[in-house]
Structure formats: structure tokens, C-alpha cells
Design a protein around this ligand. Structure first.
Ligand code: GLP
Length: 243
């Protein structure tokens, strides 16, 4: 794992954007893996800025998202479809039909999982996957205990995950209890993975990740089984390393 410690969230976001833009400059048909949460928001702002400045075109780019809540319609304000449209997709020239996000309201979720994995196999592999880390070490919505062999599947969200994401919902009852997510093995098929960790609240998970102990109870630790991972971490999230 390549570890790059950056001054702050802004520097981390700019560095991540540079890596994405370099990938697209190298290969205009690149397949990106995108994620949600607060951490990639700065990256998306830089990508939009770069696009508006004429640096990058996404006309031939394909993008896959990691996950979606179960039971939220695509146009629900808290769906990851809405998040991605508002935060990135609507502001760049990527073709809507080349953006893939699991459907959380499919009549057959089992079929949807199979279909999403087939899409990844047909259109992938993902050239560059952007990942955040949950405060319990989850990647995508692969909660502690998920098998490293998992492909796209349905998960029960941990209470800690629901609490972390509560800020986006009006009431606790509204926070979904289930989600669909790419599995750990689907994520590890990506050619390159860039993990973003920023802020004090990620200091514990960064310390744990960098202990290099690989265990099912800490899903992000499976990243040690991949040979092209870069961790971009800011000072605040790195502060416990070595202590
Ligand atoms: C959600 C997403 C993850 C993301 C995590 C961290 O649970 N499913 O993909 O990494 O949030 O979110 P944040 O960046 O807001 O800390």
C-alpha cells in the first residue's frame, strides 16, 4: 500500500482529482469506481472545476458506484442516485447511460445483485476505484464479518453505520436498514484502488488499517491483498499512526 499523507482535506481532494484526471488522460475510455459519503465531495468539486476549465472530458468514461440503500427510489433525496447526480454527474459530460448505480428498488433484489455483477464483469474491470472507509472499517457497505469472496449482495446495515449516516435523514426511522453493495471481491478486481480518509473521526480506522492485520472484522484490511492501493490521508486522520 502506497501511503500519501496530505496537509488537509483540500490537498487530499486535489491529489485524488489529479489521479482520476491522469487516468482519463491516459485512457479516455476509463472505467471509474465511485463512492458516496462526505469524503469524496472535495474530489468531485475538483473534477467539476477541471471539467469546466476544459481539462478533462468524460464523454467516453464509464462509472460504477459501490452501493445504494434498499427501498429508496432513485429520485429520493437521500438515495445515492440523487447524491451522485447532484454532486458530480449532472455537472460533467459523462453520458447518463454510462453511469451505473445498483437499483435499490428492484422487484427482485437477488436478480439485481447478479445483474450488477455481470455488468461489472462485462464492462470492467474498473481501472480506478475511489473508496472511503466507514468508522467501523467498512468499504462500500461491506460491514464487519463480510466474506472477502463476496460479490454484489444485500446487507443489513450496522447500527454504527446507520448512526454515522443519520445526519442525512430527518428521523431515525427513515434511515434504511438494508443496502445493496458491491462485494469485497468485486472491489478487489479493480486495477487500482485509491482510498480516501480525512478528519479526526477517521484516525482510529486509519491506525487500525495501517497495523496491517488482515481480519474479517475489519473489511478495509482486505485491501492489503491488492497490489495497487494508494491511501490518501490527511494529517488529522493520520494523527494516531505510530502512537
Ligand atoms: C457510506 C458509504 C461508504 C463510505 C462511508 C464513509 O457508508 N456507503 O462507501 O465510504 O459512508 O462516509 P464518509 O465519507 O461520510 O465518512
Amino acid at each position: 500500500m502506497n501511503i500519501i499523507v496530505l496537509e488537509d482535506f483540500d490537498a487530499l481532494s486535489e491529489q485524488a482529482a489529479q489521479m482520476v484526471e491522469e487516468q482519463i488522460t491516459k485512457n479516455s475510455h476509463a472505467v471509474l469506481g465511485l463512492s458516496t459519503g462526505s469524503t469524496p465531495l472535495g474530489l468531485y468539486e475538483y473534477l467539476i472545476k477541471g471539467f469546466k476549465a476544459g481539462k478533462t472530458t468524460y464523454q467516453n468514461v464509464t462509472a460504477f458506484n459501490l452501493d445504494e440503500y434498499l427501498g429508496l427510489e432513485k429520485d429520493h433525496p437521500n438515495s445515492y442516485h440523487t447524491f451522485m447526480n447532484e454532486r458530480l454527474i449532472n455537472h460533467i459530460d459523462i453520458k447518463q447511460e454510462n453511469t451505473y448505480i445498483p437499483n435499490g428498488v428492484s422487484a427482485s433484489m437477488e436478480q439485481e445483485c447478479k445483474h450488477y455483477e455481470e455488468l461489472l464483469d462485462t464492462l470492467g474491470p474498473i481501472d480506478l476505484q475511489i473508496l472511503g472507509i466507514g468508522t467501523n472499517g467498512h468499504i462500500g457497505f461491506n460491514e464487519p464479518g463480510t466474506s472477502p469472496l463476496s460479490t454484489t449482495h444485500i446487507v443489513n446495515l450496522d447500527e454504527t453505520t446507520r448512526e454515522s449516516n443519520a445526519r442525512f435523514f430527518k428521523s431515525n426511522e427513515e434511515i434504511p436498514k438494508h443496502a445493496i453493495t458491491m462485494g469485497i471481491s468485486s472491489i478487489l478486481k479493480s486495477r487500482q484502488i485509491v482510498v480516501l480518509a480525512a478528519g479526526e473521526k477517521k484516525a482510529h480506522v486509519v491506525k487500525k488499517l495501517l497495523s496491517k492485520e488482515v481480519h474479517e472484522s475489519f473489511p478495509a484490511s482486505w485491501l492489503w491483498h491488492h497490489d495497487n492501493v494508494t491511501l490518501l490521508v490527511d494529517h488529522e486522520a493520520y494523527q494516531l499512526v505510530g502512537n
